[in-house]
Design a protein around this ligand. Structure first.
Ligand code: ZN
Length: 84
């Protein structure tokens, strides 16, 4: 019995680790999944706004796509042209 238990423990630990790492990663995924709307911000970091279109005339230079939630969290505001 003890021998069997010793064999199970590492597996149980491994399962525990995979589960905890999965649940640790889950919030980031679930937030992106629930906020499926993506926005575009300037890759330079100089842009203060996020845009619904990467072709927005207010957008300059390279564009980075991210979730609206992430953009808001990073201090971006809604572009007045895209969100009017
Ligand atoms: Zn815009």
């Amino acid at each position: 019995m003890i021998k069997i238990n010793k064999r199970i423990v590492p597996i149980a630990l491994a399962v525990c680790l995979t589960v905890s790492s999965a649940s640790a990663a889950a919030p980031a995924y679930s937030t992106t999944a629930s906020a499926k709307s993506y926005v575009y911000v300037a890759a330079s970091g100089n842009g203060a706004c996020y845009h619904t279109s990467k072709n927005c005339s207010r957008m300059r230079g390279r564009v980075v796509k991210k979730t609206k939630k992430a953009a808001k969290r990073q201090g971006y505001r809604a572009c007045k042209k895209c969100y009017r």
